[in-house]
Design a protein around this ligand. Sequence first.
Ligand code: PEP
Ligand code: MG
Length: 902
Amino acid sequence: MTKWVYRFGDGQAEGRARDHEVLGGKGANLAEMCALGLPVPPGLTIVSDACNTYYKNGRHIEDQVKAEVRAGIAAIEAITGRRFGSVSQPLLLSVRSGARVSMPGMMDTVLNLGLNDETVQALGHDAGDARFAWDSYRRFIQMYADVVMGLGNDAFEEILEDEKAKLGHEFDTELSASEWQHIVSLYKKLIEEELEQEFPQDPEVQLWGAVGAVFASWMSARAVTYRHLHNIPEGWGTAINIQAMVFGNLGNASATGVAFTRNPSTGERALYGEFLVNAQGEDVVAGIRTPQSITEEGRISSGSEKPSMEKLMPEAFRELCRICTELEIHYRDMQDIEFTIERGKLWMLQTRSAKRSTRAAMKIAVDMVDEGVITEDEAVLRIEPSSLDQLLHPTIDPRVTRQVIGSGLPASPGAATGAIVFTAEEAVEAESEGRKVILLRVETSPEDIHGMHAAEGILTTRGGMTSHAAVVARGMGIPCVVGAGTMRIDVRNERLLGVGVTLKKGDIITIDGSAGQVLKGEVPMIQPALSGDFGRIMGWADRARRMTVRTNADTPADALAARSFGAEGIGLCRTEHMFFEGERIHVMREMILAVDEKGRRVALDKLLPMQRLDFTGLFTVMHGLPVTIRLLDPPLHEFLPKTDDEVAEVAFAMGMEASVLRQRVDALHEFNPMLGHRGCRLAISYPEIVEMQARAIFEAAVAAAKETGAAVVPEIMVPLVGLRTELDYVKARIDEVAGAVMNEAGMKIDYLVGTMIELPRAALRAHVIAEAAEFFSFGTNDLTQTTFGISRDDASAFIPTYQRKGIIEHDPFISLDFDGVGELISIAAERGRRTRNDMKLGICGEHGGDPASIRFCETIGLDYVSCSPFRVPIARLAAAQAVIAGSLEDVRRGPKDLRASV
Ligand code: PEP
Ligand code: MG
């Protein structure tokens, strides 16, 4: 029988941190902290599977779940000595979401549950503080009306602001008990008017309303978007944590806050955090009041006048430091915690491995190795490979004089330039038009998530380092400055008022997310140096990995960049790209338009020296490292003009009639060119093209070997082979040319001829094709296209719909389809090696730079992955993680879960 509820409290817990798949991250860690004897308010966790059941039952909570929750609440009552719904000593509850991975701000929470017109009196009496009780009640009504009744927040905020203005108060903390009581009556009236129903007074009704709403928030639009962006499966569901309330708003000896055990932006080893006196948790995260620093050091460096927690509440501070150290040692990782101080007593509300910038992640991993806390292999596992993108972001050239027009907190590192926009929608629109923008918001909310993703950078004028904007931007790796209080955003008139300047929509600014500065205009940037902590981690990764990492590069410049990122060879040089530049396209067209072989050879003779020069450049840069060159692949009409104007222009340049050119272009037209006259089919129709390319390769190999002194072993790759006889035919042409060039040069050249595996037939007949092929490279772009029968150029029209509707989890053109395409690769690898056991196997489709796909490549024993230059570090790290995770055997799961874990 399913156990729906796990309890914790008073030093005992039914769950542990390892149960996070069942209890969600928050619930599992509350249990763990409780078991460690830390001060955690007693509570219970409803397992995440109950969320799925809730949906299966047509958004209905199972009776069995309700029964177990009731029993759990009875246990909380026993520990606290209070009763849920009691009018003398009422127990109030918090109801919080908590999925397997953190989804900051995406789902809902209800606090102070259990308050009604009677219990509020008892709470005030009990605490000896009526003001606190009415403040809690108005908070509860507002939150409940928003989350459960769907009324939103704005009307409540308006009432509060109006009343404060009438009473002449600036801050919420200035309101008296009777003033809050009056506001409560206004809130209740609003609900009656808007919804034609009363605010529910029965705590039991409130409870199930809140539980249902938190489950429902799993499917809210923003949660769905967030999951989509972060590849979080819908089937995980959210757990719910119900706990006894502790109050940070119980006067000036009470507070609530968040802390990181190290600095999440830089990784520096120092407690880092913010808190608010006389407030509840949501006030900190919402960024409504600017919080105070926890430590004196933090206060001084932020230039704040407001006292730190270290000064204001020294005892609670010492206890917090002690617990932070204990948690870091226990979890062996930097923690992100939430706490509340109720009349001087510290309570822990959450701990989890903290999100951090990539730079911080590197520093923390390296420091923890030096501190003896983790091993080098573990340090490698601590870095999310795709996050390395962040390190490759440009930073502002230190030599430039900065025209600073505003400053705030350095929330997410890197610098970005763009035109200013004021709404998330404008950011999304700009991205779709290829324009770079900086998104300006007073503060962001989860509804802005689309726009945040589309923007180059984010700037807010309110909120702290733990505000929504800061947390989300860091997670996305987007440069971000928050709380730029020296600036003002005038949304109505679409203006940004900075120091000495007023900018309007569309004006260019630069933000420096590492320094917390806003600069006017575009500013020169530099690429970061990949050394220091990055260098050490990559060194450990290189030692651990088995597969080599090559790059897809067509020019010496790309190859050079890739080598600086650690590429160990070229896995794919797409030769067609070489024919589009300058003069070459004309010669290429001359070749394509020639009416016979003789005419084609005349044009190919002109292309030969150009190709030779290309290959010599590549071989020279690669200095003896392996280079795989693929023969011409795309259909020839791709090189020809398309519109009538282009045809007329090209015809004029070539001295031919436009109508003749049009006829030739039309003759080359294909209905389905991706499955048409391309790949090795071209080589078979026009062997003279292969002969030219092979000659250019071998002559370049001779030239480069002479220049560098390092022998070049070219690997010539034949695309789109489906039949062994196709490969035989093309290979024979290559071998002939090789023999001729070796004779002419008086020098032996070692070379390999292999094929791409990008058709299902080739994968299935790999043992036969391997008789002729000396290597295989999996062209997973085409292999995905041909396996699914989905055109890779048209897939984006419906793949997102498939993902939204849960038909597929991942876009198979981005992350390998293990079950189908993956099985074909496994079959081909196994059959190929059966024929030729030393056969070199690699992958050169886009998947070669995708961490989950790389992991798959490791499991089936490929020799290398090849990806675009900027993804080389990602691939090096992912390849190492695949080995370490395998050897540590901490991932004893199927390929689907392997994907989730990377
Ligand atoms: C492939 O198909 O995976 C591949 C690498 O080739 P291209 O993308 O050039 O078709
Ligand atoms: Mg291909």
